[in-house]
Design a protein around this ligand. Sequence first.
Ligand SMILES: Nc1ncnc2c1ncn2[C@@H]1O[C@H](COP(=O)(O)OP(=O)(O)OP(=O)(O)O)[C@@H](O)[C@H]1O
Ligand SMILES: [Mg+2]
Length: 291
Amino acid sequence: MTPDLLEDGAQRLARTQDPASSGSTESGGRQAGFSRRLVPGQVDTTHGRILYLEDVHVSFDGFKAINGLSLDIAPGELRCIIGPNGAGKTTMMDIITGKTRPDRGTVFFGSTIDLLRHREAEIAQMGIGRKFQKPTVFEQLSVFENLELALKTDKRVAASMRFRLDSAQADRLAEVLHTIHLSDDVRRQAGNLSHGQKQWLEIGMLLMQDPLLLLLDEPVAGMTDEETARTAELFLSLKGKHSLMVVEHDMAFVKAISDIVTVLCDGAVLAQGPLEQVQADERVIEVYLGR
Ligand SMILES: Nc1ncnc2c1ncn2[C@@H]1O[C@H](COP(=O)(O)OP(=O)(O)OP(=O)(O)O)[C@@H](O)[C@H]1O
Ligand SMILES: [Mg+2]
């Protein structure tokens, strides 16, 4: 997808949001087509891309952490991102999720949503879920309560007390429990779960919101081999239903799940392709795999 198409999409979206220009929409002012893209959880991927970054730059005190990064991801894709420490992988996720503002560049969700114009909370609501490396579940609550909490938009205590799952939400909760292999642990206190189970629970909390795109930063760090293998199965089961961007140093895990692998180095893409191809790339061996 070219920036022209993105620009075109953004302009059309802006027109649908601007009542003054509603008479000049392509649908003759009927506001038909493009307004649907404003519904949370929906995004226009007709150009074949759910995420599009072009020539993104970020400096921290003069240090170029992201330096001309361009990357795109197709709907339903599971993309692995590898690269040495300090390559800019986490910073890239910070930019996509609105935590860090780039100095310049283009970051689009689908072809119409300019992520640089939205705040972190809005981006999450639009359907981009993020998992940080350290599990952040509520240790005192049960598995069930953690998943239930993930559905609550109003997290103030009084509102939470009134909250009741409707039947669709209850079905979703059961489905997510099954997906994350915690159906038998639903009443257990989250603090008593293994490290791997806590990671799955946190992924489950993201899944409760049915995100279109999931960003996962080093999800198998600290897991046993068995937990890692189950996480690979889990991610493969999510592929297609969700788009996933997975940053990981564990190459056995990357091998188990990867389709296309992107290698980041010095804040830009060094190489990209099937794992065997990037593993054979001299530049990749030199900066990363040959360590
Ligand atoms: N908020 C910040 N302020 C200053 N420097 C930062 C900030 N965030 C990141 N950096 C620097 O930017 C570079 C990229 O960091 P980043 O955390 O994105 O790397 P990474 O590829 O995720 O590495 P790792 O594999 O170790 O997690 C590093 O040199 C880091 O020190
Ligand atoms: Mg990192």
